[in-house]
Design a protein around this ligand. Sequence first.
Ligand code: 13P
Ligand code: SF4
Length: 306
Amino acid sequence: MKKLEQVREQKKQKDVVILAHYYADGDVQAAADYVGDSYALARKATQVEQKNILFCGVSFMGESAKLLNPDKNVYMAEPTADCPMAHMADLEKIARVRAEYPDVAVVCYVNSTAEIKAASDVCVTSSNAVRIVKRLENQKIYFIPDQHLARFVARQVPEKHFIFHDGFCPLHAQISKKDIVSAREKHPGLPVLTHPECPQEVLDCSDFVGSTAEIIAYAAESEEKEFLIATETGVFYELERQNPGKTFYPVKECQICPDMKKNTIDQVLKVLESIGSDHEPEQVILPEKIMEDARKPLEEMLRLAK
Ligand code: 13P
Ligand code: SF4
């Protein structure tokens, strides 16, 4: 039996829904029930009926699914898949900023551990950050951990005062203006679509900046036939699936998140087969206090993003 069929059979038997991020490999996306960006997946996790969620992404995404669904069993296709940026915020610095500015709102990019979320006021993703920051009553915003997304948001909300942290995504932060210039030399005239985790010099010379889902929507609606893409290349699977007549090029080699790529179809199958067996796979489990405190900023995100 083909792996995809085995996955389908196991899912049905074990009452599992598979959620996958656009950065996972194409065959993993093909096996998933829902594929989305971080925001869509967090929302979808609150709507599924199955008792078990199998997440193909990195650990902060599985944690968000668990925080929003305490009664469901959440499994990671690969429990070691982690986002380095999720560990870049700092609890002590949050406490220091709160002491110095009692009226600050701590705005936490979802790419953060549950522990960091628990110390924050509201979560955001790259697709809702501007809307949410505008809606907050606070004038002072401490935006953690991504400095590049923070600056992208700050420029669109100039009426608020931002305090920045120094976090970054190792993949997006290494894309430079020079890469865009040489990609344009190779492919003159193509629009450049960029994720806001890239440095400002890259955003400044891009034609469109948006979250993974926004890049996909932009490419689908555009009349252009070819595009340069400045984000993880897992997104090419959905871009090509939705746009058979269009061509997409990365702006540089190696736009690959090694942790996202740990999600393989073999891992998915292995976890599915282990559910309910003698080798029950590890579940996403968080301490009770963190569950309680980290759920609030996530729920606040879902409320404010509507
Ligand atoms: P999205 O919010 O676009 O899903 O991005 C998640 C991510 O990890 C980007 O590196
Ligand atoms: Fe984290 Fe960057 Fe990978 Fe996204 S692409 S999961 S931000 S390391």
